[in-house]
Design a binder for this molecule. Structure first.
Ligand SMILES: Nc1ncnc2c1ncn2[C@@H]1O[C@H](COP(=O)(O)OP(=O)(O)OP(=O)(O)O)[C@@H](O)[C@H]1O
Ligand SMILES: [Mg+2]
Length: 392
């Protein structure tokens, strides 16, 4: 599971007659625009390094012209790098003889593009089986396998139809089925869903996510849409002007965007949905005190220290036993109140509901139940205004 499927190291691609000069300028800190205005060379990709793990959906995201397609073409070697290398399953793609490249692309790197050239005179089944046909798989076997993937993408009843009898979204699913049928170890999808309307697009994302749950494939997915990237990406690499400016899980990118370019993608998107209790908790807002059989008022007073209204009571394993509050200070042995804990991974919407219903801040705990922080109404309001408002 964890060995890298794809390793990209210091990959550069400059389009033009003097790429080395451009690479030197880039190394000195010049931007893609500066290189172009001074030399006329076009930077496609500059100094990109990352690893795609087996079984993950790795999304490349960035504005038009940021280098996503070029990067993908470097990986399947439709484009020769100016510098750097690409390893697939540990094998340097540059060392693959030309004669083997076609087979490598066909078998190990299936591509799905935005617009699919389905063959209009062939049935859906024959289109879905096309990749297998090219690979020399016999008719019976390829039709059986194509039918299986048509079932997976929900098109089995349409197998004998012609592409023109299907809607655009269904045609796109035929394209996906064709790529899946060859059962590639790496699927490369370049803006595969971008031409679809929002509903169809979401439907295709669900098809892909369902397939992924059944059988984990390694997928390199290009998108310029942050919501799509967030929904399907295990990790996302954000590209700007040929460089990768940030790599992280959807949550890491939302909670800690590298710069304003990354933040600009958030505009108009409710990023709070991707947050969890762990993202908004505070670690030092509520004082803690050690549990003992008889809690006395003076130790509560000392813990609250004049300013806090609540303190959590922990046992020696840092598990929550309850909380005490300022109101109880009048009594000689203040009451230990029961409190519900929230798991660190609880999604924001559940957190909001529970924090709103509670007068005290709520303790956040790790999977093993040990205390890690607290959330209160203010934390929730802050995160909601920050993430549901405008970002630029
Ligand atoms: N064959 C080529 N010759 C010259 N320049 C190229 C070539 N292919 C790509 N480029 C340039 O490389 C840069 C990156 O292009 P690329 O197609 O990789 O961007 P992209 O991120 O895929 O954009 P989009 O979202 O529009 O598909 C652009 O400036 C583009 O003009
Ligand atoms: Mg592109």
């Amino acid at each position: 599971m964890n060995s890298p499927k794809v390793v990209v190291e210091g990959l550069c691609k400059v389009f033009g007659t003097n790429p080395k000069q451009a690479v030197a300028m880039l190394a000195g800190g010049a931007t893609k625009e500066e290189v172009f205005s001074r030399t006329g060379q076009i930077v496609g990709v500059h100094n990109v390094s990352f690893e795609v793990k087996e079984g993950e959906i790795f999304v490349l995201m960035g504005l038009s012209g940021s280098g996503k397609s070029t990067l993908i073409r470097l990986i399947n070697r439709l484009v020769e790098p100016t510098a750097g290398k690409v390893l697939i399953d540990g094998r340097d793609v540059a060392s693959v003889p030309r004669s083997e490249l076609t087979a490598l692309r066909r078998k190990d790197m299936s591509m799905v593009f935005q617009s699919f050239a389905l063959m209009p005179q062939r049935t859906v089944l024959a289109n879905a089986a096309f990749g297998l046909e090219v690979a020399g798989v016999g008719r019976k076997e390829r039709e059986k396998r194509a039918m299986t993937v048509l079932e997976q993408v929900g098109l089995a009843p349409f197998s004998e139809k012609l592409p023109a009898q299907l809607s655009g979204g269904m045609q796109q699913r035929v394209g996906l089925a064709r790529a899946l049928a060859v059962n590639p170890s790496l699927m490369i999808m370049d803006e595969a869903f971008s031409a679809l309307d929002p509903l169809k697009r979401k439907e295709m994302q669900n098809v892909l996510l369902d397939l992924q749950r059944e059988q984990q494939r390694t997928i390199l997915f290009v998108s310029h849409d942050l919501e799509e990237a967030m929904r399907i990406g295990t990790r996302i690499a954000i590209m700007e002007g040929g460089r990768v400016v940030q790599i992280g899980t959807p949550r890491e990118i939302i909670t800690n965007p590298a710069d304003d370019y990354v933040r600009a993608f958030f505009e108009g998107i409710d990023t709070s949905r991707y947050l969890t209790a762990g993202d908004l908790m505070q670690t030092d807002a509520v004082p803690l005190m050690q549990h003992s059989p008889a809690i006395d008022a003076s130790s509560v007073a000392a813990t609250l220290n004049g300013s806090a209204d609540y303190a959590f009571v922990l046992d020696s394993e840092r598990k929550i036993r309850g909380f005490v509050c300022r109101d109880a200070l009048g009594s000689a042995s203040p009451q230990l109140n029961q409190i519900e804990c929230i798991r660190r991974s609880t999604p924001l919407d559940d957190v909001v509901e529970r924090v709103v219903a509670s007068r005290a801040p709520l303790p956040v705990v790790e999977v093993d139940g040990s205390y890690c922080g607290s959330v209160n109404k203010t934390n929730v309001l802050n995160v909601l205004t920050r993430h549901r408002g405008s970002h630029v």
